[in-house]
Ligand binder design. Sequence first.
Ligand code: GLP
Length: 250
Amino acid sequence: MNKIPVQIFADAQAAAAQLATETAELIRHNDSSAKATVLGLATGASPILFYQELIRLHNEQGLTFANVITFNLDEYAGLPPEHPESYWSFMHNNLFDHIDIKPENIHLPSGTVADADIPAHCKQYEQAILNAGGIDQQILGIGRTGHIGFNEPGSQKNSRTRAIQLNRITREDAAPAFGGINQVPTAAITMGCGTILAARRIVLMAWGTGKAPILKEAIQGPLNDEVSASFLQEHTDAVCYLDQEAASML
Ligand code: GLP
């Protein structure tokens, strides 16, 4: 029934610990042959425990990020990096400020590019991923609309990094953090579904009963552009790491 492989964990902490161990192995393996590791990263509540585990491995086991290159999925349009709700702030607060990654190896789309320059900015982002050798491992959460990154319903399977209007449900979910829906940006820049699917390995993380219905659609429903996470069904190395609650409708 599951069209995307699923691993169910006792809780989110156990899943985060396993994913951090796997990520550390990938980094150490690449380091041993002087190869950079390219990680695609996500924001939201879902990956926070995973980032905490990476920080712990850095502090306690000497895991180094000196040869790691990162690309984040998305950024809100209109938010400067220093805005407390920007994904730039999120990533620095939750991960980058606590590890030894080189600032020049960190990539996020910019939320402050002038409208006329957005297509060129998005092209450069795609090119930077290619120049780095492509993404070794992409981390994903899932929005209640089924989006990965900010690929809202209607996003094409072959879509690339671009500007996108945010769905009302997505903006409602972000409203508490922004202090009201009117403060939530109406648009974002996101990697496309095609950009995400080009990653060599993809791990989607989701916790709690709130995500159970959309996970059922993405994992067991038809592949379709109303649920962009369903595109993972066609990837040869994609997996969903779920807790019992998130998996409860499968
Ligand atoms: C936002 C992000 C997504 C993320 C989603 C779910 O929309 N752009 O990348 O997956 O939120 O967030 P959470 O993990 O907080 O449920």
